[in-house]
Design a binder for this molecule. Structure first.
Ligand code: NAD
Length: 303
């Protein structure tokens, strides 16, 4: 028997993820509010439903890939009563840990199975089927979800109970936000000290400063030709998404009383950079913010 999948939210990420399920031979029915997303999904071989409720009719698995937790909970309230008992719900949106736990509670109360399964890897990973999934839920529900996640991703990790997949996502992206700022500050300091970007890269990428923000997504053009810095900071991973994820991390830090000075400061810096109009640029463009603030400081030092 073919697994019947309902896929809700066919945007930048959900669209190609659903297309990969179709390419693997699954029967996928999609729904989105945006007509252009539905058109693309039809071209990719999905059946198109006229509402979220009709998409889940007869589905064995429901995957959601939506912008935020409020929408996930709203959509769950619509579709949980309409789904057949025991349906497996997989939410791959990036949302608050508390919202993920609430979604889990509502799904179980309605007689269903559920995992939170946020992703990293961006649109490139969604298209290539190489996403990393971080999964929260029972072992039984993880085992049921894994074959589908394996189609859309390369790495699938069971992180723990409900909400813990989201926790892994927030912790990872907090490391990423902080490390990108640290790498950017080091390049700007190097520039002031007469150290070329290439020389700093050659040293740090082979020393203890080595990290993904430096060696893959290097914020200066030159050392890593494929990094967004070589392409006018076209994303990549957009500042708006980093701002969103650091906002979720901030909520979790505050709710749990964690004294994370760097995580909170990174959230503040990306928040300001986003509000200043850089939301659509790659998050490595934060180096320009560091340079700009440093230029102001230099002119104060000169006076
Ligand atoms: P997107 O805005 O491109 O797609 C979201 C889609 O959800 C849109 O097409 C929208 O119309 C649809 N939608 C909204 N409300 C709906 C509803 N009630 N019913 C059906 N569809 C509805 O966003 P995206 O970039 O695809 O991101 C989706 C999720 O993945 C977000 O939670 C984001 O944080 C996360 N994420 C994104 C990336 C990335 O690089 N874009 C990377 C990792 C994680």
């Amino acid at each position: 028997m073919t697994t019947k999948v309902a896929f809700l939210g066919l945007g930048h990420m959900g669209g190609p993820m659903a297309a990969n399920l179709v390419a693997a031979g699954l029967d996928v029915t999609g729904f989105d509010l945006v007509p252009a997303a539905l058109e693309q999904a039809r071209t990719d071989g999905l059946s198109i439903a006229d509402s979220a409720v009709s998409a889940v009719d007869g589905a064995d698995v429901v995957i959601t890939m939506l912008p935020n937790g409020k929408l996930v909970l709203g959509v769950y309230d619509e579709i949980l009563p309409a789904a057949q008992p025991g349906t497996l719900f997989i939410d791959s949106s990036t949302i608050d840990v508390a919202d993920a736990q609430e979604a889990h509670r509502r799904a179980v109360e309605a007689g269903h199975r559920v995992v939170d399964a946020p992703v990293s890897g961006g649109v490139v990973g969604a298209t290539a089927g190489t996403l990393a999934f971080m999964v929260g839920g029972t072992t039984e529900d993880f085992d049921a979800a894994k074959p589908l996640l394996d189609v859309m991703g390369r790495k699938v990790v069971h992180c723990g109970d409900s909400g813990v997949g989201q926790a892994a996502k927030l912790c990872n992206n907090m490391i990423l936000g902080v490390s990108m700022i640290a790498v950017s500050e080091a390049f700007v300091l190097g520039e002031k000290l007469g150290l070329s970007n290439q020389a700093l890269f050659d040293v740090a990428s082979n020393a203890s400063g080595q990290c993904w923000a430096l060696t893959t997504n290097c914020p200066v053009p030159g050392p890593v030709p494929t990094s967004p810095a070589n392409n006018d900071y076209q994303p990549g991973f957009a500042v708006a998404l980093m701002d969103k994820d650091l906002g979720l991390a901030t909520n979790a830090l505050r709710a749990n009383g964690v004294d994370a000075e760097l995580g909170l400061r990174a959230a503040e810096l990306y928040g300001r950079f986003n509000e200043a109009g850089s939301g659509g640029r790659d998050f490595s463009a934060i180096i320009e913010d560091v340079r700009e603030r440093s230029a102001k400081n230099s002119s104060e030092v000169d006076q």
